[in-house]
Design a protein around this ligand. Structure first.
Ligand code: UT7
Length: 367
């Protein structure tokens, strides 16, 4: 049975930064409160022309570069997002098209902030089964579009960004070692985007009542998160026959510094084994784990051979954990320069436009 290794990684955040002081001019809040309750100092907010697919593609290109793969080498793309570009088509398909990953099946997976763990597990299982060789997992968010910027209990928390991993089959032992996935739909109301779906389709009233924004019972989600994080990490470690002593790094979902502290206490592990960057990005939902991972690699913290636990929680309710032995890029590969991706994307879009014009002329003549 092949092993599923994480061989590429990349992140992309929009440039504009919204600080706590900026927020204090928009709602009744202040830097001290936000830092004390959440650990967040600032977050990045997408510009009008930035979308989950554009951020996701930027992160994916970097991940493919690290893995030395071409987009056409990909068999599968799973995109996970709490703020997808459309209801349908899947954001994964937009990413597939912009990358030119013509051989990849692409679909979205919705498990809110736990999405990246669920998606990594699905990609790893597909590789382990022998049915595919190369997968791309993208977590990408522009949750700022779904924030009520008058609701101080939510708008201070979230940020935009994307992260991507490439997973590849290899005979070398290592890579993804174990995973657990959990859900409890009885807590669905505690964190949701109530309107726009089949239960509450968009109407003037839903817009007027702010039902297209994120709604959250913060205290309830906090209690749930502190209950499940450490436990899920333990479960995944047990399955892999590991203990916390075998682990170099825990990379948790970055929602709140205090939630991460409480997981550290539960696991009886020092906080310096946790990768934490919530202060600079806020909660980027499905993107928070890969963004934290990329930063840990760039800082020289996470190295080949390290054992790591990824652990997350989110709306649904969902939670889960995944253990991996960090491997780094596999030896062989055929990278493409980022400029080549962009040139290819421009050619493809021009080609499609020409085809549409020709179709218009032909159908116009026929009718
Ligand atoms: O990916 C999962 C996403 N969700 C989460 O991770 C959320 C988990 N929950 C939390 O992180 C915390 O519950 C929050 C940070 C959201 C809130 O912290 P808290 O300690 O649970 O505060 P609270 O909701 O109990 O509010 C305490 C007080 C209230 O005032 P009163 O009623 O005591 O007068 C709030 O109105 O703080 C007030 N408050 C604020 N004050 C200043 C709420 N938001 C703010 C704010 N600035 N932004």
């Amino acid at each position: 049975m092949p092993y599923a290794h994480i061989t590429g990684w990349g992140m992309s955040v929009p440039e504009p930064v919204l600080t706590n002081d900026d927020l204090s001019k928009m709602v009744d809040t202040n830097d001290e409160w936000i830092r004390a309750r959440t650990g967040i100092r600032e977050r990045h907010i997408a510009r009008d022309n930035e979308f989950p697919s554009t951020l996701g593609v930027n992160a994916a290109i970097k991940a493919l570069q690290v893995a030395n793969l071409r987009p056409t080498d990909l068999d599968l793309i799973i995109c996970t997002s709490s703020s997808p570009e459309y209801f349908f088509p899947a954001t994964a398909c937009l990413i597939q098209d912009q990358l030119g990953a013509s051989k990849a099946g692409a679909f979205d997976l919705l498990a809110a902030c736990t999405g990246f763990i669920f998606a990594m597990n699905m990609a790893a299982q597909s590789i382990r089964s022998g049915s595919i060789k190369n997968a791309l997992v993208v977590g990408t968010e522009t949750l700022s579009r779904f924030m009520n910027w008058k609701d101080r209990s939510t708008c201070i928390l979230f940020g935009d960004g994307a992260g991507a991993f490439v997973l590849q089959a290899s005979d070398q032992p290592g890579g993804i070692l174990s995973a657990v996935m959990h859900s409890d739909g009885s807590g669905a109301d505690s964190l949701s985007l109530p309107a726009g779906g089949a239960r509450l389709p968009a109407t003037e009233a839903t817009v007027h009542d702010g039902k297209h924004f994120v709604h959250m019972d913060g205290k309830e989600v906090y209690r749930f998160a502190t209950r499940v994080m450490g436990h899920a990490a333990h479960e995944a470690l047990d399955i892999a026959n590991l203990t916390t002593d075998d682990i170099q790094w825990i990379i948790p979902h970055q929602a709140n510094y205090r939630i991460i502290e409480s997981a550290a206490r539960y696991l009886k592990m020092p906080l310096d084994k946790f990768v934490i960057n919530v202060e600079r990005y806020g909660n980027t939902s499905t993107a928070s784990i890969p963004i934290a991972t990329v930063e840990a690699i760039e800082k020289g913290q996470l190295k080949a051979g390290d054992k790591v636990v990824f652990v997350g929680f989110g709306a649904g309710l969902t939670w889960g954990a995944l253990t991996a032995e960090w491997s780094g890029p596999l030896p062989a590969g055929r990278a493409v320069h980022p400029e080549q991706y962009r040139r290819l994307a421009r050619v493809r879009s021009l080609y499609r436009r020409i085809v549409r014009i020709i179709e218009g002329i032909i159908f116009g003549r026929e009718s």
